[in-house]
Design a protein around this ligand. Sequence first.
Ligand SMILES: Nc1ncnc2c1ncn2[C@@H]1O[C@H](COP(=O)(O)OP(=O)(O)OP(=O)(O)O)[C@@H](O)[C@H]1O
Ligand SMILES: [Mg+2]
Length: 406
Amino acid sequence: MEDVIVGLDIGTTKTCAVIGFQNENNQIEVIGVGVAPSKGLKNGVVVNIDNTASSIEKAIDEAELMAGYEVAGAVVGISGHHVKGENSRGVVAISNKNRTITPIEVKRVIEAAQAVVIPVDREILHVLSKEFSVDDQTNIKDPTGMSGVRLEAEVHIITAAVTNIQNLMKSVERAGFGCQDVVFNPLATAEATLSRDEKELGVALVDIGGGTVDLMIYLEGGVTYTSVLSVGGIHVTNDISIGLRTPIDSAEMIKRKYGCAVLDLVDASEMVEVPSVGGRAPRKLFRQELTQIIEPRMTEIMEMVDLELQKSGKKDMLAAGLVLTGGGSMIEGCVEAAERVMSMPARMGVAREIVGLKDRVATPQFSNGVGLLKYGIRMSQFRGRVFEKKKMGIVKKIKGWLENYL
Ligand SMILES: Nc1ncnc2c1ncn2[C@@H]1O[C@H](COP(=O)(O)OP(=O)(O)OP(=O)(O)O)[C@@H](O)[C@H]1O
Ligand SMILES: [Mg+2]
């Protein structure tokens, strides 16, 4: 049997484990899925290790049972406002005797590009190469084999707070599993939902979760901007709970069943039933009243994303538009709300190019988990070929270099 990998998405509202492997036809085959409510996170960050560990244990146990495999470790996703992305450049001279660029020079230039000052309380998660220049020639994807005297690299560096990484890893270990890798969530989600063409043309991936919105912008095949916002579907549910004076659980149920993000999409005569607090009889109200609670919050979330798109300076270049995913994007009218606020075409994104339990995981809540599985498979194959698999210290420096060759 090939290497079985577990993608572990520890979200603010749910933890999900996706088990799979690459089959003999080179397809990613999903063989187990487990989901458990998350109780130990706030806005994507672990705030209670024991609670997080018990969600992890439940999710992996369930996935193991379904897959018929016991696993020892997982590829773990990380998010939260503390994760930051920045662009950086590095330059090296090609000094070998025939002035030809080999993987050694590429490694050197990427190392040079990541020699930015990283505060001691932060750790590099990923170093993603965007493009290279050789002498005066720019826009080179892979400079290996080219001749020149000067090699320049442009990279996107993703860093995270050390304590938050540690708490996440402690939670996984407390649950009895090893952390094979820590991956910034949207990078994995992109792996599952975006096509190569979209990444080339320019696309913004927006993962609307329960407590975070992860944004990642691709242009010309590389990551150019990342951002994590501390908002999500939980805020929509809270608004409904307050607005309709109904408990959180029923607000959540109402949202999923009748929620809509755009008023125009709802028929003025449509009625819905709302359970009330304290044993009172359920009430009926116009669905438009519910929409009037949801629409401003969804619009606000989209405006926050739009602000980030503008900050990136790349908004006008994103020919492939927006791809929305995550449970929070499942509310009716989400695509329309995004298109309206950002004046860009949008589509829903779910995991693609998978077999096995496809029907179970090809929904927006699982994009991240499947992405982590796919990412993990790709990395393990590559590492298996080139390096001995090392035990994860905190986050290995070598990883960033590896990613540039995938
Ligand atoms: N059918 C649905 N309609 C509307 N909202 C939904 C639906 N299904 C799930 N959601 C919302 O999706 C959110 C959870 O999404 P998701 O599972 O992607 O988040 P998470 O990964 O747990 O959190 P985060 O990524 O923010 O850490 C919840 O707020 C939930 O209410
Ligand atoms: Mg999530």
